[in-house]
Design a protein around this ligand. Structure first.
Ligand code: PLP
Length: 403
């Protein structure tokens, strides 16, 4: 009998997505008739706008769209992405620098697979989106976690990166607005990080999937625009999922230097070929649509953001930095750890998430999933009524916490 493991060590060591797991558990409870309030979702709760759906329906009826497209994507979509990138980010790129991928997640996986050799280290500021370290490791790289906390608004400075950099550092993972913290870096903060990357010769992967979801005085800036010269060693990841409520359509893209895009296209040609032709037509319609389409959604998120921030801070044992972007609040829940909650006691936020789901049917993602024990991620991509109701239940449970 072979002693070889049935599943490869490489794939066997991938941690399941904790965010999808909690969402699935909450949905299963809901399907079983339980009155669950889910703060776990990583996707807008709006339907995809009608004009986009109509364009897709039309594309579906046209036999010309029933076939493969070039691996890198429909040429007119690559052109539209280049134009959109100039319009929104002021980054000038050629369509040949664009690879259309199966969502932003696939762009991230393609980028790391294309750039990392075994042992290459990637600086990953924490709290981090749960996918990054897993994909880096899967590609043979080493994720090097750079901790940040609420005192800096969960933002890493150059001195933090310097502390964790070695001569094996090849890349910096940068995301703003951030999942899970909602942090948005200022232009000056971005310049400091980008300048360091440039000086050290690091590559930067910048994940801009939440670019349009910024609130108040905060502004989105693209790191290769802020730091001149960085675009030679920079991959920009983006997509239609969050901006246009199109998570299920699976269209994202990566933008980078031509040699990197050519290599990633080659990889994708052997792995997944092109992205669904009709979905590409839908993405094209999204990019050609009036920006008022997503502005409406942004305003609704902004209203909920203020509400959840205020409500969370009013709950005993909870304290929350004001989220600046995306659609997540990331409060510290350490004030209720070790306390008696309905006769149960959570030693960490993993246990707390279970107790909260069992006792008051509220789902959130424990900070452990993002390398930040003691915190929880609350998505505010849910209705205003549910948002209120969930906060009330949490307040009720936590206000009865006893030593
Ligand atoms: C920070 C970040 N990047 C990328 C993605 C991937 O988006 P997509 O659904 O387009 O794969 C997500 C989705 O949750 C995300 O939060």
């Amino acid at each position: 009998m072979s002693k070889k493991p049935r599943v490869s060590r490489r794939v066997g060591s991938v941690a399941p997505s904790a965010t999808l797991a909690i969402d699935a558990k909450a949905k299963a409870l809901k399907a079983a008739g339980e009155d669950v309030i889910g703060y776990g979702a990583g996707e807008p709760d709006f339907p995809t706008p009608g004009v986009i759906v109509e364009a897709a329906a039309k594309a579906c009826l046209d036999g010309a769209n029933h076939h493969y497209t070039p691996t890198a994507g429909l040429q007119r979509l690559r052109v539209a992405i280049a134009e959109k990138t100039l319009r929104d980010s002021h980054l000038s790129v050629r369509p040949s620098q664009v690879l259309v991928t199966n969502g932003g997640k696939h762009a991230i996986a393609n980028a790391f697979a294309t750039l990392l050799d075994p042992g290459d280290e990637v600086l990953v500021p924490s709290p981090y989106w749960t996918t990054y370290p897993e994909v880096i490791a899967l590609c043979g790289g080493v994720p090097v976690v750079v901790p940040t906390d609420a005192s800096s608004g969960f933002k890493a400075g150059p001195e933090d990166l310097e502390r964790y950099a070695t001569d094996k550092t090849k890349m910096l993972l940068f995301v703003s607005p951030s999942n899970p913290t909602g942090a948005v870096y200022s232009r000056e903060q971005i310049r400091a990080l980008g300048q360091l990357a440039l000086e050290r010769g690091w590559w930067v992967l910048t994940d801009e999937i939440y670019e349009h979801l910024v609130y108040g005085k905060n502004e989105q800036h693209s790191i290769p625009v802020v730091v001149e010269g960085l675009s030679e060693r920079c991959v920009v990841v983006n997509g239609v999922s969050k901006t246009y409520a199109m998570t299920g359509w699976r269209v994202g893209w990566m933008i980078g230097p031509e040699d990197v895009i050519d290599a990633a296209t080659n990889l994708q040609s052997q792995e997944t070929s092109n992205v669904d032709n009709v979905a590409q037509c839908a993405a094209l319609a999204a990019l050609e649509s009036d920006p008022s389409l997503f502005e409406e959604m942004r305003k609704i998120f902004d209203r909920r953001r203020k509400k959840i921030h205020e409500r969370l801070n009013a709950i005993p044992g909870v304290s929350c930095v004001e989220p600046e972007g995306a659609f997540y609040a990331f409060p510290s829940l350490s004030g209720v750890l070790g306390k008696n909650l309905h006769g149960r006691c959570a030693r960490n936020t993993l246990e707390l998430a279970e107790i909260v789901l069992d006792e008051v049917k509220v789902a959130f993602v424990p900070g452990e999933a993002f390398g930040a024990p003691g915190y929880g991620r609350f998505s505010y991509a849910l209705s205003d009524e549910d948002l209120e109701e969930g906060m009330e239940r949490l307040a009720e449970l936590f206000s009865k916490a006893r030593d």
